[in-house]
Design a protein around this ligand. Structure first.
Ligand code: C2E
Ligand code: CA
Ligand code: CA
Length: 550
């Protein structure tokens, strides 16, 4: 059914509900008027009494079964014993005459009312079906066309689009039924998290739209992000959804809930999805791609200037409590936008040749840092993130190899981190290059292990020295024994294969203790240390050293 027909259906239902009082008052007023008309036109012997049928049909159609029945009965009584056949001569009607008419009026009123009630009931069922998704039973976009379903102040709204990015993976893995249950759970979670008057609809299989009163937009977005990041349990299995949120504000717009209004939040959500961001506020420039073009131009300038810097996040050796292993993480101090984190720009940079220059820039800084720390008697290994795009480009591979070759004294302290999912997708084309670098003395770590479809069967074939367990895995450890067991097995397997193990994303003491218990070699995470600015890392190491030797 198209929205026009749906609208008519709603108008039909809503109009009669809304104006019921008026219809009752009108009927109460018109019935005596009818009595007076018939009386003044000389009684029932003339044809005017038949006009009453119009009133009875009207009452039945607007007031339903009982309304029609009562109106028919009242009209029958009025035009019955109280109405002469001939007024001028005061001749009364026969009993048969008026009682039969009364019966006919009552029957007609009841019948029309009954038919209307049945029609309205069916229309409500159709409307209800139309406004809910047939698979999940959740409210759908048709609800937006139903102004009566919306009880909120519709003028100042925050409109939000939620995209579920890994929906196809979940469906492949668990099937549609489980996925639908997951959508229902997401709906409930959003319902609980947002203000009561918020409107939430399932737009399609991987998209929700929300309209919520514009009170504390930033907080609301952060709250939704936080609750969606938590695992969702369906039939004792915990799922993690990957999602992107886009949002925009609709101010003083009477019809902010119309589907067209969500175009902007959709744009912002797609932008967030493309750029690996958790959420994004709509801006005109992202729609036109100006934002990206400008950022790329700015990045070229940043590479040449001093806007980029590295932060080093220490990893702790769990047996000795020593911090002899760091990860270099890029930061961008943008003159207009402020401090940008990698997720704000790396995905965009990775689509261009600039990613090669970035990796080269990071590698040079890392080499300098290793030397600088060595001078201070800290022999640390520093890992840096390398994009698979770098390894697939022959010129870049050669350039990086030259840099490494020219710095042989530190080569054994360098490690490249490469993301598991991407590595596995390209292993045939990258293996040779990785082996070449390893022969030069550089180590490799597989990053975010466990984020994709980790298969233990290929673990022994990985061309790496180190496996970094993804932080998505780590956050389950404290409350999920099954995860601990799996991790224990993975760590055992890694050790049997001579890989070093780093557990990422350790945020609390309990998780740290579990990581130690499971005999992970290293742990990395906010509990031990946040990424530390390049200028401060030496002092940090010195401090730590003092603490451990004290
Ligand atoms: P990653 O390689 O997985 O890096 C770890 C990220 O997790 C860092 O975010 C770090 O700040 C964060 N992290 C560390 N401990 C914890 C913790 O306990 N809890 C939580 N929630 N997070 C923690 P950051 O610096 O924003 O980096 C994000 C990603 O950007 C990195 O993920 C990496 O894939 C990429 N990246 C960073 N620097 C570079 C770079 O120089 N080159 C390339 N190609 N990618 C980079
Ligand atoms: Ca990394
Ligand atoms: Ca990682």
């Amino acid at each position: 059914m198209n929205s026009g027909k749906l609208n008519k259906l709603q108008t039909f239902l809503i109009a009669t509900d809304k104006h019921r009082t008026w219809f009752v008052l009108f009927t109460i007023f018109i019935l005596p008027s009818m009595y007076i008309l018939v009386y003044l036109t000389d009684g029932t012997k003339n044809v005017y009494a038949h006009l009453t049928y119009i009133i009875i049909v009207f009452a039945g159609a607007t007031l339903g079964f009982f309304g029609g029945l009562i109106t028919g009965l009242a009209a029958g009584i009025m035009l019955g014993p109280f109405m002469p056949l001939d007024v001028a001569n005061q001749i009364p009607q026969t009993f048969l005459n008026w009682s039969f008419r009364m019966l006919m009026f009552t029957f007609l009123g009841g019948l029309i009312g009954y038919i209307t009630d049945t029609l309205r009931k069916s229309a409500r069922i159709v409307l209800d079906l139309m406004c809910h998704n047939s698979e999940t039973g959740l409210p759908n976009v048709n609800l937006l066309n139903n102004p009566d379903a919306l009880s909120y102040d519709e003028r100042n709204q925050m409109l939000i689009t939620l995209l579920i990015n890994n929906f196809d993976k979940i469906i492949d893995l668990m099937g549609l039924e489980v996925y639908y249950s997951l959508l229902r759970r997401i709906y409930e979670i959003l319902r609980d998290g947002l203000p009561e008057t918020a409107l939430i609809v399932q737009c399609n299989n991987n998209k929700f739209w929300m309209a919520t009163p514009l009170e504390r937009p930033e907080e609301d977005i952060k709250k939704i992000t936080a609750i969606l990041k938590e695992g969702i349990t369906i039939e004792n299995v915990e799922y993690y959804i990957e999602f992107s949120l886009g949002y925009t504000f609709a101010l003083n717009q009477k019809q902010s809930y119309r589907p067209g209004a969500f175009e902007k939040s959709d744009h912002a959500a797609r932008y967030a999805q493309k750029n690996n961001l958790q959420y994004m506020l709509y801006r005109d420039d992202i729609k036109r791609g100006i934002f990206e073009a400008k950022l790329l131009a700015d990045f070229t300038r940043a590479l040449a200037g001093d806007e980029l810097f590295l932060a080093y996040q220490p990893k702790v050796h769990l047996k000795t409590d020593k911090y002899d292993y760091l990860e270099a993480l890029i930061r961008w101090n943008h003159p207009e936008r402020g401090l940008l984190m990698p997720n704000d720009f790396i995905p965009l940079i990775e689509e261009t040749q600039l990613i090669h220059e970035l990796t080269e820039w990071v590698l040079r800084r890392v080499i300098e840092k290793i030397r600088e720390l060595r001078k201070e008697n800290y022999d640390v290994t520093i890992s840096l993130n390398i994009s698979v795009k770098n390894i697939l480009d022959k010129n870049v591979v050669r350039r990086l190899a030259e840099i490494i070759d020219n710095n042989r004294d530190v080569v054994n302290n360098i490690e490249f981190e490469i993301m598991e999912t991407i590595l596995m997708e390209t292993i045939d084309d990258t293996l040779e290059t990785i082996e070449m670098y390893r022969n030069l003395g550089v180590a490799f770590a597989i990053d975010d292990f466990g984020k994709g479809y980790s298969s233990l069967s290929y673990l022994h074939r990985l061309p790496v020295e180190c496996v970094k367990i993804d932080r998505g895995f780590t956050r389950n450890l404290t409350h999920d024994e099954a995860s601990q067991k799996i991790l224990q097995m993975v760590i055992g397997l890694c050790h049997a294969l001579n890989y070093r193990v780093v557990i990422e994303g350790v945020e609390d003491e309990t998780t740290a203790a579990i990581a130690k218990n499971l005999e992970s070699d290293y742990a990395q995470g906010f509990y031990f240390a946040r990424p530390i600015e390049c200028g401060k890392i030496l002092d940090w190491l010195k401090n730590k050293n003092r603490e451990t030797s004290a």
